[in-house]
Design a protein around this ligand. Structure first.
Ligand code: GLU
Length: 484
């Protein structure tokens, strides 16, 4: 095994549900570690007490667990590290990398107004809050509130080799002296993140590219604290199919919603993996193991990724058909039971039949729901005929009736013990020959009689799944319907 020191983290703020964009970021960090070795850590950024909730933290854990994105080591709660954040701010104050800012909110508002009147963009000026050492000492002595601001170098630039975007540089003159500790003693985002990433030994910071403008500030903090700057990888934003930032308008954005809809976690992971990463050679459908094997930062893309729900559904269908019946069984069983289609004991009573049912339906389904919808036909005696099926295949009532009667006779003569594909096929194809018509002219009206639907699995699969008695009863029912 290769020894690596990779340490990556996912650092969500627990202020809502686990967003699919967050899950995508978590996945890429996780894939990197699985591919190249190291640790994948989870940090809950709960310093914003007003917006953070336990419920949201729970949703993050549940979503990650459902997706199988397991993390190493204990979860880190940012809010537990406030003392260290403060100590780091004071260290920077002591070394002169930061300074006390006695500005009041009123001052700030006034300066903002003045800048607006001059039609200039507002930039904080260090001189506004520089006092003689005596004056500063007196203010501290008096207990005047102050924030701590970072002293951004006046000239030059702050740059890094981004693992996605290559070189990114910000002229230092464009970076405001930013607050690292507020006057109430709470750290700002940039300080808390850097302090925690240092403490956790993070080597690569992989996150959404909405954080690019924070990165130069964070690099300056690492340097001022005398620590090694990690590598950065900024992942593209996720947009809806209309090209706008993904939001609830585009449909479900919470991982939990997809879980409750019965989506397969591996399908969602595969779909998310393609949002900003291309494994190359037009590769799309991948198992978890394949994603790990193929993952490389050079396949990461800069341009925004498009979240297409249709593609997600398609992807789910691909994974459904890849899964074995045994793998699918627990999920399908709980869906069938909770929908009231059948009971667990009824399924347990005929495992072979049930496995065949799943096997036949899974390749024709995109969602577990599709399996459940199609499965109903094989559990219930009452049947509804879909109007599109009736219009299309029973248009000629009398003709259909004759065909169904003939089919009933043929099938009634098949012994229940040899109710298998070969025998059934011989019987029905034989009938087609006798009647001098194409086999489809029998299969289609028969399909409507047996399932009430236009589309279904192959007719022999349907007959086998229904069994002889139920099949014949259904054909008789359809004859009654056509006679009425
Ligand atoms: N808590 C930040 C967020 O949810 C992420 C911070 C980071 O990855 O540096 O956007």
């Amino acid at each position: 095994m290769i020894e690596t020191k990779n340490r990556l983290r996912f650092a969500p703020s627990p202020t809502g549900y686990l967003h699919v964009g967050g899950a995508r970021t978590a996945l890429f960090n996780w894939l990197y570690v699985k591919r190249f070795g190291g640790q994948f850590l989870l940090r809950i950024e709960d310093t914003d007490k007003a917006r953070s909730t336990d419920e949201s933290t729970k949703a993050i854990f549940e979503g990650m667990e459902w997706l199988g994105l397991s993390w190493d080591e204990e979860v880190v709660y940012q809010g537990a590290n406030l003392e260290r954040h403060r100590a780091d701010a004071l260290k920077l104050l002591e070394t002169g990398a930061a300074y006390r800012d006695f500005t009041t909110t009123e001052d700030l508002e006034r300066w903002r107004e003045e800048a607006k009147e001059r039609k200039e963009s507002f930039k904080f000026k260090r001189e506004w809050t520089q006092f003689s050492p005596e004056e500063e000492a007196a203010r501290v002595e008096r207990g005047d509130p102050f924030a701590i601001r970072f002293k951004v170098p006046v000239g030059g630039e702050t740059a890094w080799e981004d693992l996605v975007h290559e070189r990114i540089a910000f002229p230092n003159k464009d970076i405001d002296d930013f607050v690292i500790l507020r006057s109430d003693g709470t750290p700002t985002y940039n300080l808390a993140v850097v302090s925690d990433d240092i403490a956790m030994g993070i080597t690569i910071v992989m996150r959404g590219d909405d954080h690019i403008s924070n990165t130069p500030k964070q690099i300056l903090l690492y340097e001022a604290l005398g620590k090694t700057v990690p590598k950065f990888a900024h992942l593209p934003m996720i947009h809806g199919i209309d090209g706008k930032k993904l939001s609830k308008r585009h449909g479900a954005t919470a991982v939990g919603d997809y879980q409750h809809e019965g989506l397969l976690p591996d399908a969602l992971l595969n779909f998310l993996a393609l949002l900003g990463w291309s494994p190359g050679e037009d590769r799309e459908v991948m198992t978890r193991a394949e994603m790990i094997e193929l993952f490389a930062t050079k396949g990461l893309q800069k341009k925004a990724a498009i979240f297409d729900p249709k593609k997600l559904e398609w992807m789910n269908g691909q994974h459904l058909s890849l899964m074995t019946v045994e793998q699918l069984e627990p999920t399908v069983t709980s869906a069938l039971v909770s929908e009231g289609v059948t009971t667990k004991s009824e399924l347990d009573a005929r495992p072979e039949w049930y496995h065949r049912l799943i096997d036949v339906l899974k390749i024709r389904s995109r969602l577990i729901d599709d399996i459940v919808r199609q499965a109903k036909v094989y559990f219930q005696d009452d049947i509804e005929y879909a109007s599109d099926a009736v219009d299309k295949h029973w248009k000629d009532k009398e003709g259909s009736l004759n065909i169904l009667k003939a089919a009933e006779n043929k099938l009634a003569n098949v012994d229940a013990a040899s109710w298998d594909e070969a025998t059934l096929e011989a019987a029905l194809r034989g009938l087609a020959e006798e009647l001098g018509i194409g086999a489809g002219k029998i299969f289609q009206p028969l399909r409507v009689a047996l399932t009430g639907l236009n589309v279904s699995p192959g007719i022999f699969d349907v007959l086998i799944l229904l069994g002889k008695d139920r099949s014949l009863r259904r054909i008789q029912l359809s004859e009654k319907y056509l006679n009425s």
